[in-house]
Design a protein around this ligand. Structure first.
Ligand SMILES: [Zn+2]
Length: 282
């Protein structure tokens, strides 16, 4: 075990024990100095699920909850599941399966409501939603925003954070306003796959040196992630599970100690209400 002397949290990665590396990826993360994980369920279609009702998402959620529990046994800190419906599902439903956008919206909202049951029961810590990162028809865009807004309402109801997958942007003040309207503090909304700066909600910054430098120098709350997809068909397409610990080590060399504390202690507390110091045992 490489002890970096600080909590080291990857805010967004996937684990696929059936098709991918699963718990072996957690071991790599922990050996490199990683301590805490937010494990996000894979998109349902990548697990072979063709959902027709909200309950059909349970299989993907249960897989994530189970692998999170196994990760907990290995990590010196903790793993927390983050559950939801990937926004790209709307295109699968509309383009491939002939759903009218309104029906796709309803199904995706129903999936989020099921995910929210897991959060309310304490089996997951946050919800995951968003909108497509590629161009879509207005009807599909509007339906996607309705799904996203439902996630914000559910987050407000349950008192949990919401991770979002969105278009590439450094301005999500529209979403921040919707969060306010729903009664959810905008800082509890997280844009995953973010750059180093972002207006409106909290950025979960992809762990590239340039993006991290921007985030550190900006001095605002941020998180770090890899979006490791654990997909054997795309081994080189993404950052591996060792990336966040390696970047923390690099940040230590550069004297970015405040930035490390921000990304791994204070922002997790502010967004999710978790204490990464107290949950760390060595
Ligand atoms: Zn992801």
């Amino acid at each position: 075990m490489n002890d970096l002397g600080t909590p080291v949290l990857d805010n967004h990665l996937h684990l696929d024990p059936e098709h991918g590396r699963g718990i072996e990826a957690v071991k790599d993360f922990a050996r490199s100095g990683g301590t805490h994980l937010f494990v996000v369920n894979k998109p349902s279609w990548l697990l072979g699920v063709e959902a027709e009702k909200g309950d059909d998402f349970r299989m993907t959620f249960d897989t994530t909850v189970e692998v999170g529990a196994r990760a907990n046994e290995i990590l010196p800190g903790k793993a927390w599941p983050v559950l939801g419906v990937h926004p790209g599902l709307i295109s699968k439903l509309v383009d491939d399966r002939g759903y009218p956008p309104a029906d796709a919206r309803d199904l995706m909202q129903a999936g989020l409501e099921v995910a929210n049951e897991y959060v309310a029961a304490g089996s997951a810590i946050a919800l995951k939603s968003g909108r497509p990162h590629y161009d879509v028809a207005d009807e599909v865009w509007n339906a996607s925003n309705a799904v996203l807004r439902r996630a914000l309402e559910l987050g407000a109801e349950t008192g949990c954070a919401v991770q979002l997958h969105t278009e590439g942007t450094d301005d999500l003040t529209d979403v921040a306003e919707w969060a306010e309207d729903a009664g959810l503090a905008p800082e509890r909304v997280v844009k995953h796959y973010a750059g180093g700066k972002l207006s409106g909600v909290t950025p979960s910054v992809m762990s590239e040196k340039e993006r991290l430098t921007v985030a550190v120098e900006r001095g605002e709350p941020f998180l770090m992630e890899t979006d490791f997809v654990d997909d054997p068909d795309r081994p080189g397409a993404v950052m591996g599970p060792k990336t966040v610990p390696r970047r923390v080590s690099w940040m230590q060399e550069r004297g970015y100690d405040d930035g490390i504390r921000t990304a791994h202690v204070s922002t997790p507390e502010r967004v999710y209400g978790v204490d990464t110091l107290e949950t760390l045992s060595r």
